[in-house]
Ligand binder design. Structure first.
Ligand SMILES: Nc1ncnc2c1ncn2[C@@H]1O[C@H](COP(=O)(O)OP(=O)(O)O)[C@@H](O)[C@H]1O
Ligand SMILES: [Mg+2]
Length: 234
């Protein structure tokens, strides 16, 4: 579904991604783990067209997307749920969700997807008329995920959805991500919570200072000594 081959990404003279290759197959949860500053968000921003790779190739469902605008990439069904949620605090929950469907014209299907989001996140349904800024951190994260789902993703990019949440809510977010995947959406999940991410993922990549240093089946990486020491704290 997603094929990244040998990309390099720069911020001015800062070389943020070095010759990175990564694949996501249809139906998978692939997790990208790595310390703060490793380049995880940079990779997601590059896939979703917010940053342009200097070289290399990115394909989504067989189509080269490395040169496309972020809007064209969204319309192909590649949705990015950014780090820090980025919801619109002064708009209602429902307005935020409507925005997630702004490129779609299929009114009936949009209505059905809105109902599905409310079913998946009953708390958002209860608070549909409330300003999003009044929601708790966990609820805002659910809204951010719900908004991405309103774009009808084939591939969902999630950037640190569990960041800053209380442990119980962290569990809830990982459960939701697994459910979304089981109902047919392919997921590329960026996380600093490596232990939880490796539990729900099929495969994983480890990024260190802009380079992929390890990749493999999630259960194998969870048992690899270098991953245990550096990312799992044991
Ligand atoms: N807008 C930017 N301008 C310059 N450097 C940036 C910018 N965003 C990120 N970086 C740098 O790129 C590297 C990777 O950052 P980032 O992708 O945000 O890491 P992560 O998401 O893994 O924490 C870091 O060294 C960071 O300082
Ligand atoms: Mg980040």
């Amino acid at each position: 579904m997603l094929q990244i081959q040998n990309i390099d990404v720069f911020y001015g003279s800062i070389h943020a991604l070095h010759n990175v290759s990564l694949e996501v197959n249809k139906g998978e949860i692939v997790t990208l783990i790595g310390a703060n500053g490793a380049g995880k968000s940079t990779l997601l921003k590059t896939v979703s067209g917010l940053l342009k790779p200097k070289n290399g190739d990115i394909r989504f469902m067989g189509k080269p997307i490395g040169g496309l605008s972020a809007q064209s990439i969204v319309s192909l069904g590649l949705l990015h749920c950014p780090e820090g949620r980025r919801i619109f605090a002064n708009m209602t929950v429902e307005e935020n969700l409507d925005l997630g469907a702004y490129l779609r014209r299929d009114k009936e299907a949009i209505k059905k997807d809105l109902d599905a989001v409310f079913q998946r996140f009953p708390i958002l349904s209860e608070r549909r008329k409330q300003h999003a800024g009044t929601l708790s951190g966990g609820e805002q994260q659910m809204l951010a995920i719900g908004r991405a789902l309103m774009g009808k993703p084939n591939l969902l990019l999630l950037d640190e959805p569990s960041m800053g949440l209380a442990p119980m809510l962290v569990q809830e977010i990982f459960r939701v991500v697994k459910e979304i995947n089981e109902s047919g959406t392919t997921v590329l999940l960026v996380e600093q919570n490596a232990s939880q991410a490796l539990k729900i993922a099929h495969r994983a990549y480890v990024l260190e200072t802009g380079k992929v240093v390890l990749s493999g089946a999630a259960d194998e990486l969870a048992n690899a000594e270098e991953v245990k020491l550096a990312y799992l704290g044991h």
